[in-house]
Design a protein around this ligand. Structure first.
Ligand code: ADP
Length: 497
């Protein structure tokens, strides 16, 4: 028992090691393509050869059968019509009839004829064979009174096919036998297929070589992609793959290059963002440090003053940091939490919130009656930011108007003020991060407010612009594509804004 068990263990260990070795073999796509090509070619060749072999063998068998039948029919014809050439009369003995039959009948290639009498066997001149003295074969062919046919394998030769014709003349009985040696014909076929096998192996070797070269050529762009990807680091995104041709693989290389373009742009934006943020935060830190260095801690009044100033500066810093966090989040896919938003109600909510920002003449000049799929809280944040700016750049007597409208596929939301307006050269620039305009009213700010507004609108797939001119006030307009409200949503639901 133990012996068997350990044998099995050894066997499974060997097959495990073999499996491991096979799985460790390098499996490049090139090698796999080649393996498949060779497998398919080998299966195709073997299938074609196998079918041809089977068909050809069947054809040989049919031909042998026909040849045997022909000899049998010729003998039957001879029996019916032939006369003894000695006297022109009927044959008197069976032996005489067989002799004449064997003399007249010349056996075809691979055939032999014989006549079996109870005491002896007759065969054509020069045709005496060991087969005729084989008692087993004699037994087989003379055993039946019916005409038979079948196959027999003599001890010293290949397989034969035979047909027998039992004959009776008076009391004498005998058997006329036609024999066909099948082995020579079949071995011819086997030889042909042996030559075919050698040619097929040579053809597979040629296919392997050609396939290896072709696969290598086709996969070269993929190798280039891999090598370029290996060489690329976060700091070096300038490399690109040289694209040749216009096939699937070269389109993969083109897609990879386009992805690198986007990555390079994203990294550049990120670096700019960090530079700007660092620069912007350095100023308040310098101010705080300067004041603390110069402050006389023993002077209570000065200390109080500096404390007030520094707290104010820290507030400003923390506002900037919060704004930067919002801008960083705007790059993320979960920045918006969309829901069905009632734009008319959103306009009212913004007005309510804006009133608390300052004493202005607040009003709504138009109110859309529309439902859209959007992030209501982010839209409110953007409009309140615009209202905050409007308050910063206007005086208490000035008017600030909030409004919304909707047409076929766009929703418009705006905040208009009657302040100093914006110079034409600033209307684009002010939406950039940390950019401030040249307003006649100097207002304190981080320069991030409009950048946040633009980030929110662009996350909705929309755009923001300002219609303004010096002394004409400013009208900030948000345009949001109107995403269809799904039919299953009940638009009566209250959404927190
Ligand atoms: P800030 O914190 O400087 O206000 P914003 O990004 O909110 O930063 O605004 C950028 C610039 O746009 C402001 O410095 C100002 O010059 C201009 N601006 C914004 N809103 C108005 C407005 N309602 N009227 C006039 N100028 C404005």
């Amino acid at each position: 028992m133990r012996g068997i068990g350990s044998g099995e263990d050894e066997g499974s260990a060997v097959s495990g090691r073999l499996g491991q070795a096979l799985s460790n073999l390098p499996r490049s796509v090139r090698a796999r393509i080649l393996a498949w090509v060779l497998l398919l070619a080998a299966v195709g060749m073997a299938g074609a050869a196998g079918t041809a072999y089977v068909l050809e063998r069947q054809r040989i068998d049919v031909r042998i059968e026909q040849a045997l039948q022909q000899e049998v029919s010729e003998f039957a014809e001879f029996r019916r019509s032939a006369v003894d050439p000695r006297d022109g009369g009927q044959f008197t003995t069976l032996e005489r009839m067989f002799e004449i039959a064997l003399r007249r009948n010349v056996a075809d290639h691979h055939q032999t004829l014989a006549a079996y009498l109870p005491t002896k066997t007759l065969s054509p001149v020069g045709g005496t064979l060991a087969l005729h003295s084989d008692p087993a074969f004699r037994e087989l062919v003379t055993g039946s009174r019916q005409a038979t046919s079948g196959s027999y394998r003599p001890p010293d030769a290949g397989e034969i096919r035979y047909s027998t014709v039992p004959v009776q003349l008076g009391d004498a009985r005998g058997t006329f036998v036609v024999v066909y040696f099948t082995a020579p014909e079949r071995s011819e076929l086997t030889e042909v297929f042996q030559i075919y096998s050698v040619v097929a192996v040579a053809a597979l070797a040629v296919i392997a070589l050609a396939g290896w070269l072709a696969a290598g050529r086709l996969l070269r762009p993929i190798r280039d992609v891999r090598q370029t990807a290996q060489q690329i680091s976060q700091t070096d995104l300038v490399r690109r793959i040289v694209v040749h041709g216009n096939d699937d693989v070269s389109s993969l290389a083109r897609t990879f290059n386009a992805m690198l373009d986007r990555l390079e742009e994203a990294f550049a934006t990120q670096r700019r963002f960090l530079d700007e943020a660092g620069h912007e935060l350095r100023t308040p830190i310098t101010i705080v440090r300067g004041h603390l260095e110069l402050m006389n801690p023993r002077d209570a009044e000065e200390t109080e003053e500096v404390r007030e100033l520094l707290l104010d500066e820290l507030d400003r810093m923390s506002r900037s940091v919060e704004d930067l966090i919002v801008l960083a989040k705007a790059e993320r896919p979960d920045f918006l939490r969309t829901d069905v938003v009632d734009i008319g109600r959103l306009t009212d909510v913004v007005l309510d919130k804006a009133r608390a920002l300052g004493d202005r003449s607040w009003r709504i000049d138009q109110r859309a009656d529309a439902w859209v799929v959007a992030d209501g809280q982010r839209l409110t944040q953007a409009l309140v930011q615009l209202a905050e700016n409007a308050v910063k750049f206007t005086r208490p007597s000035d008017q600030v108007t909030i409004g919304s409208s909707a047409d076929g596929d766009t929703v418009r939301l705006w905040v208009r003020d009657s302040g100093p307006g914006i110079a034409p050269e600033d209307t684009e620039r002010i939406f950039e991060r940390f950019q401030r305009g040249h307003s006649v009213i100097r207002a304190d700010g981080s320069g991030l407010g409009l950048a946040i507004v633009r980030a929110i609108v662009e996350a909705h797939g929309g755009s923001v612009e300002v219609e303004s001119g010096p002394g004409r006030g400013a009208n900030f307009v948000l345009r949001i594509p109107r995403v269809a409200v799904p039919a299953w949503t009940a638009p009566t639901e209250e959404v927190a804004l």
